[in-house]
Design a protein around this ligand. Sequence first.
Ligand code: GLA
Length: 387
Amino acid sequence: MGAEQVTERFTQLYGARPEGVWAAPGRVNLIGEHTDYNDGFVMPFALPHRAVAAVSRRTDGILRLHSGDIEGGRAEITELRLDTLAPQSDDDWTAYPAGVVWALREAGHEITGADVHLSSTVPTGAGLSSSAALEVVIALALDELYGLGLQRWKLARLCQRAENVYVGAPTGIMDQTASACCEQGHALFLDTRDLSQRQIPFDLAAEGLRLLVVDTQVKHAHSGGEYGKRRAGCEKGAALLGVDALRDVPYAGLDAALARLGDDEEVVRLVRHVVTENHRVERVVSLLRSGETRAIGPVLTEGHASLRDDFRISCPELDLVVDTALANGALGARMTGGGFGGSAIVLAESTETDTLTKAVEESFTASGFTVPRVFEAVPSTGATRLT
Ligand code: GLA
């Protein structure tokens, strides 16, 4: 969806052209899953799929929201009064933009209203951060229109607060930071403890490689209990080990740490995943920096095994993508995002991707699953103003 179409629709809806149009992307995470709420490392990159928002300010304390194409979108405009915005009061897509306005006002920023028309190409419930894209695009638009001068990491924090408190999903900081801070042609190596970042060049095409996203179309939701249970289990592990967060358990000290946890099998598994996953992020960063891109494949696959067997958040469809891709020549494959459905990523030689895609589709049909949506992920630009 381009700036022109969104501008035109906004003008029809609200009777005047918008003050500006902004875009914020969805993301895939290359490696570093369920590490962000453990103060650990992540490595997402931005997708070309994005949320686009046409926005104008209002002065009367009213927020008007409209989207025709976001799941749950309606023909009519939703009108909310800013002074009545309250956590967990909206149960559709409007909670994301409304939550951002709420979080900005809670943080003391004077927002007096807005008219918004939103359109998004980020698949919903696919583990590709469609909600972070909605949050970040609104945060950036209001930051610029109201002259707040907030840095990108700060915008991401406010969006995370909207998601945690207003929407009520206990997620980490990865998705919002990815949408706000990623750069074209790069993956973002992010330390979620202090939000320090490094842009790592990630140009697969130049090396004759491709990264496919396979959206299993199995829907997930992070406000549901399983994500929160994993998070609570990790926090329990950190408390038992006497550290602030599992990030503080060094890879070299993993065996000793697990021995200290004794026979609490569930916590042992969660801790083992987080500590080995942080180590995998560091391995991937160092392989990419030394130009050994193909060698990251097996590390991605190890990450999948850890999410499947230790963290226990995969599902038969995601496992089938990974197994079929590996049996058909992929260099590596794993689920990406929060789990319990959503998408997998597959790293492969460019020459192999057609065969691979066909093999995955056939395996789904043979298993009686809905045929997945497969597309190539090219590291794209983070949130930006379009007009
Ligand atoms: C979801 C959350 C993120 C992160 C991932 C798992 O995408 O929003 O904060 O925890 O799951 O890595």
